[in-house]
Design a protein around this ligand. Structure first.
Ligand SMILES: CC(C)(COP(=O)(O)OP(=O)(O)OC[C@H]1O[C@@H](n2cnc3c(N)ncnc32)[C@H](O)[C@@H]1OP(=O)(O)O)[C@@H](O)C(=O)NCCC(=O)NCCS
Length: 225
């Protein structure tokens, strides 16, 4: 039976497969899902070593079908926060932090985060990651600075802002992504880059600290052709 047949069979008998995988995930002593104050919906997915720490109300975690999660922590301090993991996503060794209310983290279909990563949202912001992205290891994404920068009138000048990574973006190792970043589709983020603004062009390579466009008119493939 090929992959496509298996997917069709799971979709056709979704309730049964969902029931069985949920039993498997519950029996796995590696998962510690404190569901108080958080609605957790897990589809037909393999979850091992997921720990949820929730300090708030009305938070939602949706893990769709064919997702693989290993050794990942979700820490929420606040209310009305949402994490939505689409079909076929792979997450290894990650930490999701959400502080304050109304934050959102969305990861699109077939995106893989394959090493240690931290995604942190604060003050009602979003991290939106498209489909078919490939994220390497040792990554830090944060939508805010955690502390205030003030002008000399005492007004804050560093508001938290959303991060958007469009479809089919490859992020190399040891990348830091700060508030307000946009990376457009079919782009590459080079190793050790610090992303810190809107990169408003598709098919580019971005590199350096601070991250700048280092090549235009490029694309990438996870296969070594
Ligand atoms: C960004 C990257 C893909 C570019 O590769 P490339 O297209 O072959 O680029 P080149 O080696 O031709 O370099 C082009 C220019 O960008 C610079 N550059 C390359 N990578 C850079 C990086 N990560 N940060 C800053 N500058 C970089 C080069 O110094 C060169 O500058 P110059 O034109 O002034 O000489 C590659 O260098 C990289 O960082 N790969 C990520 C590897 C990784 O993390 N893999 C994890 C596995 S998922």
């Amino acid at each position: 039976m090929n992959k496509q047949n298996i997917i069709q069979m799971v979709k056709k008998h979704h309730k049964i497969f969902n029931f069985l995988t949920n039993i498997y995930n519950c029996l796995s002593l590696k998962n510690r899902l404190n569901k108080k104050g958080v609605k957790v919906k897990i589809g037909v997915s393999k979850i091992s070593g997921l720990k949820i720490v929730n300090r708030g109300k009305n938070n939602k975690i949706i893990i769709n079908d064919f997702v693989r999660i290993k050794n990942t922590k979700i820490i929420i301090r606040g209310n009305n926060n949402t994490i939505n993991i689409s079909d076929f996503v792979v997450l290894y060794e990650g930490t999701f932090y959400m502080e304050d209310d109304n934050n959102e983290i969305f990861i699109g279909e077939h995106t893989s985060c394959l090493g240690k990563f931290e995604f942190a949202t604060i003050e009602g912001t979003k991290i939106l990651i498209g489909k078919n992205c490939l994220f390497s290891s040792l990554l830090h994404f944060r939508t805010g600075d955690s502390h205030s920068i003030l002008n000399l009138d005492g007004e804050r000048i560093n508001p938290s802002q959303d991060i958007v990574i469009e479809d089919h973006v490859w992020v190399g190792t040891k990348v830091t992504c700060l508030k307000g970043v946009l990376v457009k589709k079919n782009s590459i983020v080079g190793a050790t880059t610090t992303l810190c603004k809107i990169y408003d062009e598709e098919n580019v390579a971005i590199g350096g600290v601070p991250g700048k466009i280092i090549k235009r008119g490029v694309n990438w493939d996870s296969k070594r052709i």
